[in-house]
Unconditional design. Sequence first.
Length: 363
Amino acid sequence: MRLRAAVSRMKPYVPGKPLEEVRREYGLDDLVKLNQNENPLGPSRRAVRAAAEALGAAGHLYPEGTARAFRSRVAELQGLPGAEWVIAGNGSDELFRLLAEAYLEPGDRVVVPAPSFSYYRFVAELMGGQVVAVPLREGAMDLDAMAAAAGGARLLFLCRPNNPTGGVFAEAAFETFLEAVSPDCIVVLDEAYREFDETPFDARPHLVRYSNLVVTRTFSKIYGMAAFRLGYGMAQPGLLRPLLTIRDPFSLNIAATAAGLAALEDAAHLERSVALVREGKEFFYRLCRRLGLSCQPSQANFVLIDLGRPASEVAEALLGRGVIVRPCASFGLPTCIRVSVGLPDENRRFASALEATLHFHQR
Ligand SMILES: Cc1ncc(COP(=O)(O)O)c(C=O)c1O
């Protein structure tokens, strides 16, 4: 069969091995999963209860696909004029894809940071976009270079804090950047990890002034709800309306939106998660200092560690010891691993596995 030209150029996404397979292959029962920046505390119990109740009451009915109640509550909490300023998605991934589907023609220029989250490039390539990658500066977006690359672009992605470096750009630089970019270029600010960020930054005031700005958030990270698939975007209604037109009418399920609404009210769960991550990162920094490894401060729930040697071999050795981390060759960082903060005991298991692996490799 003849494929669309854009699709024929794409390579399939290679997911990490399923846990079951790793268990079987390595004969391990007890795995420590630190490779996808999930919240090891899991979802709020209130969220799980709300999901179960929603399924019990209305699991047989098609969902109200625009998630109006969820969007209204988000708008209220975020100080936005109304639900039409919010779009909910089957994860923030769905929103990136809808933006590309709605706004890109083949050949359109799309600016992405590098290294960063790979899905930006994926959605751009899916629509036949011309991807321009702009290198980071000190682990964060180089806003000057990105603005310079944005000439003639239709779509531009920013990630703050950035995956996989955990770096952030300064709040003061953001307005200058927005002024420099043409209003014809949609600026997507992906804030998947914002709740872990300890630096001052708030993009919301800019939403009123800049009709080309979209800010996305997810329930997959701090809310511990990656399997539910729920994210949202905030922007002016005119920018979001076409996305509502083209979206799959039932991509949002009632378990996700009911759980999301409940999770928004559980501040204690968020506080516990933030504290856990802060302590875990301190533990990782101390470990790196002790082992003489370089590791930049991160504003997210993971750290990027430069091992100074091929990271895929180390990751494989860690896997043999029951610890799953993310080797970063696919980000263009072949000597780095990205390690998500786990429970204290999981972090300790990672530390001993890393120490044992590096010691073993040195001999
Ligand atoms: C920067 C960034 N944005 C978005 C996502 C995806 O979020 P979601 O699960 O809401 O699709 C991830 C997931 O790893 C991510 O790292």
